[in-house]
Write a protein that binds this ligand. Structure first.
Ligand SMILES: [Zn+2]
Length: 314
């Protein structure tokens, strides 16, 4: 898995940055999280193939997160897409898409499945993330966060992976050739020079699949911790610097102190800051503040892929 930020600016674009859009590349397909204005051109500048886009997850219905959606869907329709597309978003997105499909704005012939999420509380309480979609074998979970309007974060989880093969144990059991090692790894028994060898003799326990959590706009909240718990990568919005905490609270956004609090509480492997206010020409100020509290922090850079680290170092 890898993550490719497409837009990192909060509220409106700047000459150097685009508004929200972020791709999670699953290998054979990819997921788009939010689709601000300009996202489809950013996709063209990236290695992502529009034909392999399998799902779009929308965090909330503020314009800087959704106004690129009609343009992208229209282009997919114009290019003759026939493959189905899953859309998960906040309650109301269906009405908006219906209006555009009823009017001659969008010419879409491909099937879309829509899942709408409801949140009336806006307070981002801790809870069990909701399983909202399956994309190419990856499970997608959502939980309501704490913003001025209903807003959700998403967690994308890879299926559990087979355990590592113990090459020395396989050799001792009389298996030395590559194809037989491959069969053992796929769960098949083989006949070695000393007799039958079963996978359980040489393959370690299943490894937990990688988990990536991407939060939409939110103030600090416990729901973010629930959603990011033990994740390999957390992409957290960081709209304001610590000195602008009053603005963060007023507009229900986050600072480096908020994002690192979530990263520490959740025990994530890597924190990426995203969604920077246009008041900061250079978001490295935010990075420096965050690193004092969570060392393994980096900034989202548009079109710069972020590899998701392995769940274990072996
Ligand atoms: Zn925003």
């Amino acid at each position: 898995m890898r993550v490719i930020p497409l837009g990192t600016s909060s509220g409106r674009p700047t000459v150097a940055r685009h508004v929200s859009g972020l791709a999670v590349d699953l290998g054979r397909s990819w997921i788009l999280i939010d689709c601000g204005e300009g996202t489809q051109q950013q996709i063209m500048r990236s290695p992502l193939k529009p034909s392999r886009l399998a799902a779009i997850l929308i965090t909330h219905l503020h314009g800087d997160h959704v106004l690129g959606l009609p343009g992208l869907l229209g282009t997919l329709g114009m290019e003759g897409r026939t493959a189905p597309l899953q859309i998960v978003g906040v309650d109301g997105i269906g009405r908006w898409l219906d209006v555009m499909c009823d009017l001659p704005i969008l010419g879409i012939d491909f099937p879309m499945t829509l899942t709408e999420l409801v949140d009336d509380s806006l307070d981002g309480v801790a809870g069990e993330p909701l399983h909202v979609a399956d994309v190419d074998g990856f499970a997608v979970y959502a939980l309501a966060l704490r913003h001025r309007v209903p807003a959700f974060g998403y967690r994308i989880v890879e299926p559990d992976r087979p355990g590592h093969i113990d090459i020395d144990a396989a050799r001792r059991a009389g298996v030395t050739n590559g194809p037989d090692l491959g069969r053992l790894q796929r769960g098949e028994s083989v006949i070695g020079s000393l007799g039958e060898v079963r996978p359980a003799q040489v393959i370690g326990p299943q490894r937990r699949g990688l988990a990536v959590t991407v939060l939409g706009d939110t103030a600090r909240c416990d729901a973010s911790v629930s959603l990011a718990f033990d994740a390999d990568l957390l992409v957290h919005e960081c709209t304001y610097a610590n000195a602008d905490q009053d603005l963060a609270e007023r507009w229900k956004h986050s600072t480096p102190a908020d994002a690192t609090w979530v990263a520490n509480q959740a025990g994530v492997g890597h924190l990426v800051l995203n969604h920077f206010s246009t008041r900061y020409d250079d978001p490295s100020l935010l990075l420096n503040e965050a690193r004092t509290a969570f060392v393994n922090t980096t900034l989202a850079n548009e079109l710069a892929p972020i590899d998701v680290p392995a769940a274990d170092p072996t």
